[in-house]
Design a protein around this ligand. Structure first.
Ligand SMILES: [Zn+2]
Length: 114
């Protein structure tokens, strides 16, 4: 069973406070993100058919000081978000994903335009 450590409590408080000053995107905003990225993962281009499959990923992860705000969120498939990118800087992650130079440039631009 997980024990509640002071560190855990601190993180929970930090998250709650952050949600007050820096709320996560609303459902409407999340739909705007999905539409902007053409229902494709911003990193690998995988089609995201259902809302459940798509993650609204932090472009700059919270661990690196990224905010919850919609401007810092992109559409991502579960694989990229949960298993591969983690706290890696997004440009570095993208470079690993797309070996084709043109495609890499295209994805970078798309993310930068958001
Ligand atoms: Zn992906």
């Amino acid at each position: 069973m997980g024990k509640q450590t002071p560190g855990l409590t601190r993180n929970q408080i930090r998250r709650s406070l952050r949600e007050l000053v820096d709320p996560s995107p609303t459902d409407k905003e999340k739909n705007e993100i999905r539409k902007f990225f053409n229902y494709e993962c911003a990193y690998c281009g995988k089609k995201i058919k259902q809302n459940k499959e798509g993650h609204i990923d932090h472009l700059v992860s919270s661990a690196l000081g990224g905010v919850n705000n919609i401007a810092n969120r992109v559409l991502s498939c579960a694989d990229c978000n949960e298993k591969q990118k983690l706290d890696m800087p997004w440009e570095e992650f993208l470079s690993q994903k797309n070996l084709n130079k043109d495609l890499l440039q295209k994805r970078k631009e798309k993310i930068s335009q958001w």
